[in-house]
Design a protein around this ligand. Structure first.
Ligand code: HEC
Length: 248
């Protein structure tokens, strides 16, 4: 299962917990005449909070693991998503400290709670929301295929390496940086297209540019659409990676 899909499912639970925490807070503090048992509501609110933190940590681990493994540069959307996530942790700590230690600020805890809820919606919207929209609610693969009539930037000719050592090194790079999103053994999509026969076919699957080593290199440095850029890779690494892709 692609990590983005898993994250989307988990974030639905996160949204549910957020709504439930808001509801319990409104019922506890918002009504003059109480409708429900306040002690029970407080208990639910507390359990809610703990589950939220747990789920948050699981999702954050998935995100960080992905970033560490792919060393992907964050897109503007990804940057917003992380700022929201970091803000939520700071607000949560602040809220707990107001309730447990700095009791004079107790009243502010409600406002902070609301802010956490609102920012949670922002955080989910910039990730799950986006993912669901571009995949038509998970029914289509990510992203939709498109043909393009863009000018090509063919660099100075690349000679493809064929020695086993370069191929082996390229495979290592591929497994650590590309494997999350690409299947090397088929043309099935994960997040991006499968890479079987990627350099044997005449054209690249998404951009429809000729499948030359130059265009593969171009894709790795200036990706055509939604793929992160790996422009930090050295020329040597790039050539090893292409050597491996050439064997698929
Ligand atoms: C975060 C997911 C992700 C990672 C990691 C990733 N890709 Fe992609 N890749 C994509 C997506 C999405 C596309 C579809 C085209 C696009 O958005 O540029 C794609 C398309 C491609 C294509 C086809 C481009 C075309 O013109 O049709 C190639 C080749 C490619 N990737 C190579 C790589 C290599 C090599 C790596 C590892 C260094 C890599 N990708 C890592 C998501 C990713």
């Amino acid at each position: 299962m692609p990590i983005f899909f898993l994250k989307s499912i988990l974030s639905f639970f996160l949204i549910f917990l957020t709504l439930s925490a808001m509801f319990t807070m409104f019922e506890i503090f918002g009504r003059t005449e109480k409708k429900f048992n306040i002690e029970k509501l407080k208990k639910i609110h507390k359990i809610n909070g703990r589950l939220y933190v747990l789920l948050y940590l699981v999702i954050a681990y998935l995100c960080l693991d992905f970033i560490v493994n792919t060393k992907a540069e964050l897109s503007p959307r990804g940057a917003f998503h992380s700022v929201f996530a970091i803000t939520i942790i700071i607000l949560l700590l602040l809220k707990v400290s107001f309730i447990r230690i700095y009791r004079q600020f107790y009243n502010q805890a409600k406002t902070i709670g609301l802010l956490i809820a609102l920012i949670t919606f922002g955080m989910a919207g910039t990730s799950t929301g986006y993912y669901l929209i571009v995949t038509k609610f998970g029914t289509e693969l990510f992203p939709t295929q498109k043909t393009v009539t863009e000018k090509m930037t063919v660099k100075d000719g690349i000679i493809v390496r064929t020695d086993p050592e370069s191929i082996e090194k390229g495979k290592g790079l591929y497994d650590s940086k590309c494997y999350f999103c690409h299947d090397p053994h088929s043309t099935e999509w994960i997040v991006g297209p499968g890479h079987k026969n990627i350099m044997k076919n005449p054209i690249l699957p998404v951009s429809k540019r000729p499948a030359t080593p130059e265009n593969i290199m171009e894709q790795i440095i200036n990706p055509y659409k939604n793929m992160p850029s790996f422009s930090y890779m050295s020329k040597d690494e790039m050539l090893n990676l292409i050597a491996y892709l050439n064997t698929l």
